[in-house]
Structure formats: C-alpha cells, structure tokens
Design a protein. Sequence first.
Length: 351
Amino acid sequence: MTVRVAVVGAGVAGLAAAHRLRTLLGPDAAITVLEQRDRIGGVLRTVDLAGKPYDVGAEAFLARRPEVPTLLAELGLADRLVHPTAAHASIRAAGRTVALPGGTVLGVPTSTARLTGLLSDAGLAAVTAEAALPLAWTPGGDVALGRLLRARFGDELTDRLVDPLLGGVYAGRVDALGLRPTMPALAAALDTGATSLTAAADATVNGESRRAPATNQNGSASAAHNGLESPTHRVEARDSPFGGLRGGYRVLLDALANAARADIRLGTTVRAIEPSAAGWLLVLGPTTAPEALEVDAVVLAVPAPAVARLLQPVAPAAAAAAAGIELASSVVVALAFREGDVPAPATSGPW
C-alpha cells in the first residue's frame, strides 16, 4: 500500500522534511508539499541584486553546527560552501559603535574575551567574577538561557551582546530560549564537568580549535556580506562562525525540492486538518471551492501561529503550546553601489 504524507509549508524546514521522508519511505511514497505562497523557500529567498545573487531573509548559517554542512554533503553541494571574508563585524551598544568582541561563543565570554568598550566597568567586573560563582547544573538537563546569563554575567552582557547575536540566528529573544538547543556545545561542556559558563566556553573553543582544518586567509572586505560569488573569498569556519552558499540559498532549496521528488503545490492554503478513517483529511483552497486531501500522516512546517490554528480542533494541548511560542522578526536591507562611488567598508555591521 502506498504511504501518503502531506507536508504543510515549503520553506527550508518543509523541504528538508520532504527530502528526509523520501529517504526514509522510499521511491513509492506519495509526498505532497502544500505551500500558500507562489514560491518555495519561505523566509529564505535569493534575489539578483546588481547582477549578483543575494540572499534575503537569512544570508548565513552557523557553521559551528553540523546540520547544514552535513545536509550540503548529502545533496552533493559541499563544494558550494563558502564563508564570509575576514572583514570584522561591529556592534552598536550604549551609544557607541565598537568592534564585535573576540573570545566569545555566540557572545558567551571565554576567559580571554575582549569586552572593553562594550561593557561598563561594572559589567566587566560581573563577567570576570562569573568563573568563581557556584554553578548548579544537572547533566542532560536544560535551563532558560536568558535567566542563566543574567544571573551569572548580569544584564549588560546579555542585552548588549548575546541577545542581538542570538536574536538574528534563532528569531527569538534570549530570555525565551533554552541553553541546550541554542548552544549545545556549551551544554555538553557543562555535562562533562565545566564549573562555570566561562569554563564551558573555554572548553568549546579549545575543542573547535583542535578539530578545525587548515585556514585559508584570503579575504576581501568588499565581499563581506554574503561571500556567495567566489571560492577565494572565504575563510575557514575557525575564523568565521558563519557559512553561506555560492549562488545563494536558492541552490539548496532547489536541490531539496529535486531530491524530495514530491508533488509541490504552490498557492495552496490549508484551512483545516481533520481526523479520517484512513488517517487525516486536509481541507484545501478557498472556502467557496474547498478541496479534500486524505493522507496517512501530516508534517506541519509552518510558523507557530499557523500550527496553533490548525491543531486547535484536533490537538488543543499542542495548539496551546504552539501559541505560547514567542516570535521575533528581522529586516534585511540590501543596497548596491558602484565600486568607485563608495569605499569598501573595513567592517560588516554598522560603520
């Protein structure tokens, strides 16, 4: 009997789910991807700007995490991986623009963190004192990241550095995120006996340095944003925590869609999900001319408010949990200048 699965949402999560379902269920499964928009990709989109591919929505991924590099290798796209150039990032805090501090793990300081200029004297003292504070940690457990950081480092570091860094990565405020999902390497270091967050950050950096490959230092400040065009405009992950794709994220999206071999239906709204004798019945399309799609299983790969709406009639407890998820938004502004009109910035970020 043919297995039928519907994936609601054709963003990168939905396409990755469809691809994984194909590898698990085999060539005979009927996989249908339903997308309300007129294109795949969701918030990820590559546009042509001044004749070059440019990612909007998100322009990079965390290279320290294995998921995307592993997926690229699986799809035969490992040679498309690039990293931003050596241009330095800057941060705006307390009315000043300063260089993004070195010696941190996504803002969590190591013992060699360079935070002068970003934090006040009191803030620096709080960071220095953290290593000596007693730490209660249950191996395998998790805690609210914001609460932990504020208790150990104070509000300045949390608000001026960690929250801005993680907000763009995880689309959420640091006070609503857990340590283990967002910083698994730090949690693992605590699991194995690190006595403070500073010690955990030290262990994380030392472990990455031992694993890092040889470094290519070729870089150009004029290509600092995306690093999409040339394999020579890259540094290795040890020097940059971010990675990108030559050609833009549309390369990944198209590869996932092709590998999934799914029936991708664009411009299709899923209005309701109902139990049926065989599994689940999805009500699609306009209210004036609804269409029914019956499947054995459903994967929801849509934002939390849509999950809450669809699950409310059939799984109210799960719907309530989804409704409680806080969302954060970001804006990408893309500008192109003639090379002779504007000097190449020495930094990325505010300048």
